[in-house]
Design a protein around this ligand. Structure first.
Ligand code: MF3
Ligand code: CO
Length: 260
């Protein structure tokens, strides 16, 4: 069931989205060679708590961190660990803040130091595909229109779309209906309407679309161990418009000319 939000709820969604956006800005300060993913997780958790929020991933289904740490071939749901980021890595930080009962969810994949140009193209294409999806996410259109736009954009550039994980509705819960896949057919799925809040999150692979889950039961990797990229925004459909509630502006302020 899709929950339609009132204007008051949309105000609370905006605040949660701002908190998670500022959290990504804090993470950006530490996404550097020589830093462990556990350090970054601690920074994010403390920042969310200091700002009156709750780190919603922590303990969610037993997940042991605030930030899903997606290094290189990790697609989603990597644990924070003693792993030290290396020059040439890519590091996706996916995190969710709850504030006053509502959730903001976002992900940004950071290049760590100098990254192979072919991998940089994977990052830029994946990020562009998020905005292509947002552009297709208009009231009156359908979820399949968004899914198809992301898929077409990425596949026509030689990348593959992960099937097992999707975007989603969001609100009082981190995951609400509808599912928002990154592949599908135009004109299918739920109609996008005023009052919906949705997360679009392309997970795009350099090699094949297939993934495997580690023995920890969480960490999803590409089966061919080629890199995977992931960007995510939380959106709201209000008064016939799509508003992107989260922003990469705080990340941009930190990264300067390293922002992609
Ligand atoms: N941003 C992820 C998502 O969109 C959040 C996963 S949180 C976890 O589903 F707790 F499941 F890790
Ligand atoms: Co999400």
């Amino acid at each position: 069931m899709i929950y339609i939000k009132t204007p008051e709820e949309m105000g609370l969604m905006r605040e949660a989205a701002d908190l998670v956006s500022r959290t990504l800005g804090e993470i950006a300060k530490w996404a550097l060679p020589g830093v462990t993913t556990r350090k970054i997780d601690n920074i994010a958790r403390e920042f969310i708590l200091d700002n009156g929020g709750t780190p919603a991933c922590l303990g969610y289904g037993g997940f042991p961190g605030t930030v899903c740490c997606e290094v290189n071939d990790i697609v989603v749901h990597g644990f924070p660990s003693g792993y030290t980021l290396q020059e040439g890595d890519i590091f996706g930080a996916d995190t969710v803040a709850e504030l006053n009962g509502y959730h903001g969810d976002m992900c940004y994949t950071f290049p760590i130091g100098e990254v192979d140009p072919a991998i940089m193209r994977l990052l830029t294409t994946t990020k562009e595909s998020l905005y292509v999806g947002i552009e297709a996410c208009r009231p009156g259109k359908r979820i399949g229109d968004v899914a198809n736009a992301v898929q077409t954009y990425c596949e026509s550039r030689g990348y593959s779309v992960v099937r097992e994980m999707c975007g989603h509705g969001i609100g009082r819960k981190m995951h609400e209906d509808p599912e928002v896949p990154n592949y599908g057919r135009k004109g299918t799925g739920a109609v996008i309407r005023n009052g919906m809040c949705l997360c679009i999150e392309p997970m795009i692979n350099m090699g094949s679309k297939n993934i495997i889950v580690d023995r920890d039961g969480w960490t999803c990797r590409t089966r061919d161990h080629k890199p995977s990229a992931h960007y995510e925004h939380t959106l709201a459909i209000i008064d016939g418009h799509t508003e992107v509630l989260t922003t990469f502006d705080y990340v941009k302020d930190v990264l300067g000319d390293r922002f992609i």
